[in-house]
Design a protein around this ligand. Structure first.
Ligand code: PLP
Length: 396
């Protein structure tokens, strides 16, 4: 008999994963080239060559006992120092190795942060639409996820609703920009407003409220868009970063958590995050990958590939009469469904072998997420299918 808590979690288990499995089934039936699977955020650009070179070189030339051994739960000190220095150069921050904890991707960074910060009943605010896994991560520590309803005009957070949602029990606010699922980047004005609301509320309640900035898509932005580095705007900010998307390494599970010295209770939080890493069973982030990301600190994914996909998809959908905002970052497009019931629309799309994810999964019904981290050819080949789907709903 599994635990009662797990019964609920299994039941609500990821719709996106189920779609992925469905994609594999359809590919068998119709041939992979005739299935347009836009369900999963799995990068479609290979990691930079330097990453593969680094893996080989490190394995061949570094001391295997040191490379593969246990280490401090926070990760290699020299790797953390390299990351801190790079952040300082890019964002004019003043971090050192004692502000960085290596994590097993963004998912573990968030879990470590919540394990460290949450008591049962503590509230974590998230702006809809949001990555559905946040529900599970917060429930893991018996926290309560509080959703702030979306402003569908531009998908920047609704600040009036945000302010109203903050209570004595609010412990964390998740900010995810560039955003999954909308591709929207929160503007500097938005971040400043969030910061000033939180300052006010901390004073009013006499509490510490931490922003947990979930940043797996930080490097995936198009054109000149700036993604504000939130620690500079709000003192009580923790940043969870991941190389899953920025270096196309999701299966390798590597990222880091930034815990600035300025946050309230910094010493306790940094020490507790190390312990959380250990007792959650991660123990430490993968050692080989730590060394690889330190060597490849200035490497970038080929954003032009995603950009070409973004343009082709957006232009096609608009031409067929669909309504959507052009994404500024990440590799997702959030499209309004021509009917209120997004699940009905997803089922209709499947008839044309288009796999997309209902917006309700992200706390925003009436929309669908289209992950365009696929082959360019898939986008081009899917266009007649989208055209038929548009025609079914009487769009132009
Ligand atoms: N946060 C968001 C918003 C994501 O979209 C994802 C993965 O898709 C994650 C966290 C988890 O990323 P990781 O693979 O680094 O654990």
């Amino acid at each position: 008999m599994i635990s009662k808590k797990m019964v609920g979690l299994v039941k609500g288990s990821s719709v996106i994963r189920a779609m992925f499995e469905e994609g594999k089934r359809l590919a068998k039936e119709y041939g992979a080239e005739n299935v347009y699977d836009f369900s999963l955020g799995n990068p479609n650009v290979a990691p930079p060559e330097a990453v593969e070179d680094a893996i080989v070189d490190i394995v061949r030339n570094e001391d295997p006992l040191k490379l593969h051994g246990y280490m401090s739960n926070a990760g290699y000190e020299d790797v953390r120092a390299v990351i801190a220095k790079s952040l300082n150069e890019r964002f004019e921050t003043s971090f050192n190795e004692n502000n960085i904890i290596m994590t097993v991707g963004a998912a573990s960074g968030l879990n470590v942060a919540f394990k460290t910060l949450l008591d049962p009943g503590d509230e974590v605010i998230t702006f809809a639409p949001y990555f559905g896994e946040y529900r599970n991560y917060v429930i893991n520590y018996d926290g309560v996820l509080v959703e702030v309803e979306p402003d569908t005009t531009d998908f920047q957070p609704r600040l009036d609703k945000f302010e109203a949602a903050i209570t004595q029990k609010t412990k964390c606010v998740i900010v995810n920009s560039p955003n999954n699922p909308t591709g929207v980047v929160y503007s500097e004005k938005t971040i400043k407003s969030i910061a000033s609301i939180l300052e006010k509320k901390q004073k009013e309640f006499g509490t510490s409220i931490y922003i947990v900035s979930d940043e797996p898509y930080r490097e995936l932005v198009y054109g000149d868009i700036e993604v504000p580095y939130i620690t500079k705007y709000y003192r009580n900010t923790l940043v969870g970063y991941s190389y899953s998307k920025s270096l196309s390494l999701p299966g390798e599970r590597i990222g880091y958590l930034v815990i600035p010295s300025e946050v309230d209770d910094y010493g306790d939080i940094f020490a507790a995050a190390g312990v959380a890493t250990r007792i959650l069973g991660y123990v430490n982030a993968p050692s080989l990958m730590q060394r690889v990301v330190a060597r490849c600190i200035n490497e970038k994914t080929d954003i032009s590939y995603y950009d070409r996909n973004r343009n082709a998809l957006y232009d096609g959908l608009i031409k067929f009469g669909f309504t959507c905002q052009k994404p500024e970052g990440a590799f997702y497009l959030f499209m309004k469904t021509p009917v209120d019931d997004d699940k009905e629309f997803v089922a209709a799309a499947k008839k044309y072998n288009i796999l997309i994810v209902p917006g309700s999964t992200f706390g925003c019904a009436g929309y669908v997420r289209i992950a365009y981290c696929v082959a360019y050819e898939t986008i081009i080949r899917s266009m007649p299918a989208f055209e038929k789907l548009a025609a079914e709903y009487g769009l132009k």
